[in-house]
Design a protein around this ligand. Structure first.
Ligand code: IPM
Ligand code: MG
Length: 370
């Protein structure tokens, strides 16, 4: 049996609560002898700042580097709003993405039938939705230099962020999108702003070239990112895979999240390039929701996005695709039974706490295992 090292970074707010539910599932996999997962815990975000004065320590960065997969909860909260910019909670996540080279962020948005009424959109618009946003994660305006605020000395300041993309960055993310489309409905929509941005012009050119040379079997369309946001709330089922840059992907994936009923439902996988020798990709799995400090500690958090993120780890890093399918089925079964945390209760009171939701999913998984 293969053995895997999982490095757990629960982080802040509801991060530790939702991570606990994944730990219960990991323990069950180990006890059943389905896999051998070794787990280690680290600190990230505000909790790391409180302990180390950094958003992630060097020792924890080294463990993340050496792991087979990082499971990440969430970072941030009002407690750390005033800490210096370089060590703010989000810096820990951005450093992990950058130093691990996790350039491909996969954000599937699936609307479970039982949740179609929890979405703020009409049932017919979201029912059966299954789209995948592929967000470039290590480039663009979040990382480009210069990135400064300069005092102009006349009572004015100037803030600068730099949007920058090179050919190879667009090539590799578009290949990830085309490859994934091959396993799905064979359509890629590339979103940029070529009408106002030079990076958009280059993005469009490179995606078009990679498509023509390597993926003629896939249907490619280009869409302006603002129009894409509008189309996502108008008729999202027109999409299969959407490939886009770091900033647009951040925004479009939050829109897509709400189509599924709640931000508490959306998992994500962040992958690096395959290692030349082992073929293994560095990886990090995290829910798209944030640390939700307002509900932390109340038992209201929905652990589904975190559990589904672990499902993505099973699929993409741990060679257990059929268990990933079973975990998805277990989530669907729990939802079909009407078990709801507050975020997906459609205005009704919740009938499950974080722990109860996690336990219900594990019960269904056990039933699927026999
Ligand atoms: C996300 C988050 C992060 C981002 C923050 C926490 C830095 O919004 O993963 O979408 O902006 O990428
Ligand atoms: Mg975001």
């Amino acid at each position: 049996m293969a053995s895997y090292n999982l490095f757990l970074l629960p982080g802040d707010g509801i991060g530790p609560e939702v991570m606990k539910e994944v730990e219960a599932i990991i323990a069950w996999f180990n006890a059943q002898g389905i896999a051998r997962f070794e787990t280690d815990h680290g600190l990230v975000g505000g909790t790391a700042y409180d302990t180390h004065g950094q958003a992630i320590s060097e020792a924890d960065m080294a463990k993340a580097m050496a792991s087979d997969a990082v499971l990440f909860g969430a970072v941030g909260g009002p407690k750390w709003e005033k800490v210096p910019y370089e060590v703010r909670p989000e810096a820990g996540l951005l450093r992990l993405r950058k130093d691990l080279g996790l350039f491909a962020n996969l954000r599937p948005a699936i609307c479970y039938p039982a949740l179609a009424d929890a979405s703020s959109l009409k049932r017919e618009v979201v029912e059966g939705l299954d789209i995948l946003i592929v967000r470039e994660l290590t480039g663009g305006v979040y990382f480009g230099e210069p990135k400064t605020i300069t005092d102009l000395g006349n009572g004015q300041k100037r803030g600068i962020d730099t949007q920058v993309y090179e050919t190879y960055e667009i090539e590799r993310i578009s290949r990830v999108a085309f490859e994934l489309a091959r396993t799905r409905r064979k359509k890629v929509s590339s979103a940029e702003k070529r009408n106002v941005m030079k990076t958009g012009v280059l993005w469009n050119e490179v995606v078009t070239r990679v498509h023509a040379a390597e993926y003629p079997d896939i249907q490619l369309e280009h869409v302006l990112a603002d129009n894409c946001a509008m189309q996502l709330v108008r008729w999202p089922k027109q999409y299969d895979v959407i490939v886009t840059d770091n900033l647009f992907g951040d925004v479009l994936s939050d829109v897509a999240a709400m189509l599924t009923g709640s931000l508490g439902m959306l998992p994500s996988a962040s992958l690096g390039a395959p290692d030349q020798k082992t073929g293994r990709r560095k990886s990090l799995y995290e829910p798209v929701h944030g640390s939700a400090p307002d509900i932390a500690g109340t038992g209201a958090a929905n652990p589904i996005a975190m559990i589904a993120s672990f499902g993505m780890a099973l699929r993409y890093s741990l060679g257990l695709g059929e268990w990933a399918d079973k975990l998805d089925q277990a989530i669907a079964a729990v939802l079909a039974k009407g078990i709801r945390t507050r975020d997906i209760a459609g205005g009704q009171p919740a009938n499950a706490t974080t722990t109860q939701m996690g336990a219900a999913i594990l019960t269904e998984l056990k039933a699927l295992a026999v």
